[in-house]
Design a protein around this ligand. Structure first.
Ligand code: BDR
Ligand code: CA
Length: 302
């Protein structure tokens, strides 16, 4: 298999679009849920609902972090809906029909496939921080690359003027991961705000009639209602997923990224410096939006 991806996710509408996209590309090795857009329970239910709808129940699910290492999270139904999937209220499938694994499984597949597996993180970084604490250096060095949707490096945040949601939800975890010296690309608001799903895209998907496409259309229209100001919805998580497959979609620059923990105003800010000694990571600074949207749409329409 050319690409193998472990997806850490808190579905979430744009998470759901990323799951559908990666599922169509047949690259998902496991789905690792976390608290974030909703409780761990609801996010895990959403992963189950999506795999059922996609007919991909052979993909193992790992129930990850139930709590942020940094704060008690509030869940706001505004962005993703009460059910986290745009109030589509898909039926909850029977849990016993899924393959359930744990953190040891992630460690074992990393060890068995050195240099082969990419971890894509599209929720808070709690799961990855726990992996860093638990796994040996050798295991961690077998990760091919980590792609992170998170942060706002040279642009304002979306939770506060300084912080982006995934980092704000667990800045302690984010700091651990971003300074871990592992190979990493940060896909933050700097570039995700340049990739926008519009009503025109939804109509193209809807025109190819199927239960999955009807679901995508209904869920996405809910998301667009929240983003009224931009007449579309940001494809944060699908962009990170796409970068894992085709890094040429974005331009990067190397920075040391610190995460602010001790300033209440700037809590969760991803702060770039050009320090030479500090661990440096690749930060997305520009994106070929048209190329990404073509890739995304063509994959969804497969
Ligand atoms: C991130 O926040 C979440 O609400 C989205 O799913 C995305 O991962 C964007 O800031
Ligand atoms: Ca997400």
């Amino acid at each position: 298999m050319p690409y193998q991806i472990i997806l850490s996710t808190d579905p979430g509408i744009d998470d759901a679009l990323a799951i559908i996209f990666l599922s169509k590309l047949k690259v998902l090795k496991a789905i690792w849920t976390t608290v974030g857009n909703n409780t761990l329970e609801v996010c895990t239910h959403n992963a189950m609902k999506l795999l059922e709808l996609l007919g991909r129940k052979e993909i193992p699910i790992i129930k990850g972090a139930a709590q942020s290492l940094s704060l008690n999270l509030d869940f706001i139904a505004e962005v993703h809906g009460k059910d986290g999937l745009g109030n589509t209220f898909l039926p909850l499938p029977d849990a016993s029909s899924f393959i359930w694994k744990n953190l040891d499984y992630i460690i074992s597949i990393l060890e068995e496939n050195p240099g082969e597996i990419t971890i894509v993180s599209i929720g808070p970084l709690t799961n990855l921080a726990i992996l860093l604490q638990k796994a040996s250096k050798k295991t961690l060095n077998s990760i091919k690359e980590i792609i992170i949707m998170g942060g706002a490096v040279n642009v304002p945040g979306n939770v506060t003027p300084y912080a982006e949601f995934n980092i704000y939800s667990d800045p302690k975890a984010a700091k651990l991961v971003l300074t871990s010296k592992l190979p990493m690309i940060l896909v933050g608001l700097d570039i995700t705000h340049k990739v926008i799903l519009t009503e025109a895209h939804i109509q193209v998907i809807e025109a190819k009639r199927s239960p999955l496409n009807e679901f995508i259309a209904k869920m996405s229209r809910y998301y667009l209602k929240f983003h009224k100001r931009i007449q579309g919805g940001y494809l944060h998580d699908p962009l990170a997923a796409a970068v894992a497959i085709d890094p040429s979609l974005i331009t990067t620059q190397d920075f040391f990224i610190d995460v602010i923990l001790d300033d209440p105003l700037k809590f969760g800010q991803t702060y770039p410096t050009k320090s030479r000694e500090a661990p440096v990571i690749s930060v997305g600074v520009d994106v070929n939006s048209e190329k990404f949207l073509n890739f995304f749409m063509n994959t969804l329409l497969k």
